[in-house]
Ligand binder design. Structure first.
Ligand SMILES: [Zn+2]
Length: 231
């Protein structure tokens, strides 16, 4: 006879007991250590362990909300609920950047639509040229105030040099001795913009898969940057 040991998914304890059945007939287990009641089989796909992580992974790999719902066989509202729980940081915690005396940063803004085409929604961010990492980001209109907010996020870092495109806010907010502007100096950050447009469906150009809510837009893009650049 074959037997399997059931472990608690929360605390990994092997000391679990049977705890009756669900109305749908699935066996329930109880862990007295945490305490936690759980099942090994579920009627609904979205309840299965790991599905919430898959929703976020698919959002970072070019799948739209409806693509995810079809592949994972779950509802659209479940797909929308998972990224709402994300709370990404806006600036890196990496110590190595703080120790670096001559950090070279490229700054840029990237547009996207949220809900409709007017006004456009802008992502502002700073890119560490040497390590090819995003250092900090913020969202806001394309004006001096958002530029100032991005620069205040950069204040803990020792920045040797900053390059940007010709957008006027940079020249007004940055001291001219550490600032260079021109499209030729922002090639790496422009390439990074393209990666995000490819990987996140809601940033793709000429699509109907753009964001409908500012909250989800900020959380998905912020979490993408935090996962691939801050750790
Ligand atoms: Zn447990």
């Amino acid at each position: 006879m074959a037997s399997i040991t059931v472990h608690c998914p929360r605390c990994n304890s092997g000391r679990v007991y049977r705890h009756g059945k669900t109305p749908a007939g699935h066996v329930r287990y109880r862990c007295p250590t945490c305490p936690h009641v759980f099942q090994l089989t579920y009627t609904y796909e979205a309840r299965k362990p790991g599905v919430k992580d898959k929703i976020v992974d698919m959002a970072f790999n070019g799948a739209g909300v409806r693509d995810t719902a079809r592949v994972l066989k779950i509802g659209i509202n479940t797909v929308l609920r998972a990224p709402k729980k994300l709370t990404p940081r806006q600036v890196t915690t990496e110590k190595v950047v703080l120790d670096d005396v001559a950090l070279i940063c490229e700054l840029d803004e990237q547009w996207a639509y949220v809900g409709n085409k007017h006004p456009r929604h802008w992502l502002w961010y700073a890119f560490d040229t040497k390590r090819k990492r995003v250092v900090a980001y913020t969202f806001g209109p394309r004006n001096d105030e958002t530029c100032r907010r991005l620069l205040s996020l950069l204040s803990p870092f020792q920045i040797g040099f900053i390059t940007s495109d010709d957008w006027g806010s940079y020249a007004r907010k940055l001291p001219s001795e550490i600032h260079l502007s021109g499209k030729i100096f922002t090639q790496r950050i422009e390439r990074n913009n393209l990666t995000r447009r490819t990987r996140i469906k809601r940033l793709a150009r000429k699509t109907i898969c753009f964001s409908r809510s500012v909250e989800l837009h900020k959380k998905v893009i912020g979490a993408f940057i935090a996962r691939y650049h801050f750790n």
